[in-house]
Design a protein around this ligand. Structure first.
Ligand SMILES: [Zn+2]
Length: 138
């Protein structure tokens, strides 16, 4: 094969149509394998980041409760009091989280600009329903 390629380069005749079609087909197969794997790993990473955000918010809320003996009203209160540097946002929906009066994450706010609905679920429930979901305010 290599000799043939070298010979065809010396001959300056170029590649035959069949040879080019084989190369294009091989590239197509490789792209067909790589793209779904890349998409899968991206969505898996987004889900893990979303769950890590929820864990961080609940940790900060517990810290808030330990120091002030009252639960934070919302995630903004955690930011304002210095328990979080900035409001964590779901990488898919690009919007912040809501918490209940016991410091548990109850859901994700409606999608921000350029985001779609978060479908990552609650971290402690392996991506299942949020605690008290169904009553979460839109
Ligand atoms: Zn999410």
């Amino acid at each position: 094969m290599f000799d043939r390629i070298c010979r065809s380069l010396k001959n300056r005749r170029g590649f035959t149509l069949v040879e080019l079609m084989v190369v294009v087909a091989i590239i197509g197969i490789l792209v067909g394998i790589a793209v779904p794997l890349f998409n899968k790993s991206t969505s898996s990473a987004e889900k893990k980041a979303c769950h890590a955000n929820q864990r961080i918010i609940e940790g900060a809320a517990m810290q808030y409760y330990a120091e002030k003996n009252t639960w934070p009203s919302d995630v903004e209160a955690l930011v304002n009091e210095g328990y979080l540097q900035e409001e964590p946002k779901c990488p898919l929906s690009k919007s912040g989280y809501t918490i209940n009066d016991k410091g548990k994450v109850t859901g994700v706010k409606p999608p921000g600009s350029g985001g779609t609905q978060c479908n990552h679920g609650y971290y402690a429930n392996d991506g299942g329903q949020f605690p008290g979901s169904g009553s979460s305010s839109p």
